[in-house]
Write a protein that binds this ligand. Structure first.
Ligand code: DAT
Ligand code: MG
Length: 140
């Protein structure tokens, strides 16, 4: 398997509950390395741009409000097969469906406030990393 990078967000419900370290511990235990990380607060417009693929969904406005409500931690994770591995560590979108031991099973509060974002494919990972980080911030 190839060494990959994926984009991750620790969402406002998790930063509010001081879970950044607990979530990073899950990534590291799974062999994912945090190679870039910053805590920032998005505007609603920036959240809307990031999630524009969901613009037609009924939960879009609520999702953008939530993502801008408090700080997030934006991250780049690196590892063998990092994109799929991160999705595995995250668990299903709805915490009620998430496998035991996954981040969402342990920490998510609801399908909307589900603690983490992770890229779903190499193309989206590249776009999402470039939206949040410059090349100079990616030291490996
Ligand atoms: P994922 O975050 O697992 O990639 P997604 O891309 O389908 O899931 O949706 C993006 C986010 O939108 C998700 O993390 C939380 C929110 N969301 C998805 N489905 C929802 C729903 N039925 N009700 C409320 N929010 C939802
Ligand atoms: Mg998604």
């Amino acid at each position: 398997m190839a060494l990959e990078r994926t984009f991750s967000i620790i969402k406002p419900d998790a930063t509010r509950r001081n879970l950044t370290g607990a979530i990073n511990a899950k990534f590291e235990a799974a062999g994912l390395r945090v190679v870039a990380q910053k805590r920032i607060q998005l505007s609603k417009a920036q959240a809307g741009e990031f999630y524009k693929v969901h613009a037609e969904r009924p939960f879009y406005d609520e999702l953008c409000e939530f993502m801008a409500s408090e700080p997030i931690v934006a991250q780049v994770l690196e590892g063998e097969g990092a994109i799929a591995k991160n999705r595995e560590v995250m668990g299903a979108t709805n915490p009620a469906d998430a496998a035991e031991g996954t981040i969402r099973a342990e920490f998510a509060e609801s399908v909307g406030e589900n603690s983490v974002h992770g890229s779903d494919a190499p193309e989206t990972a590249a776009v999402e990393i470039a939206y949040f980080f410059s090349g100079l911030e990616l030291v490996g």
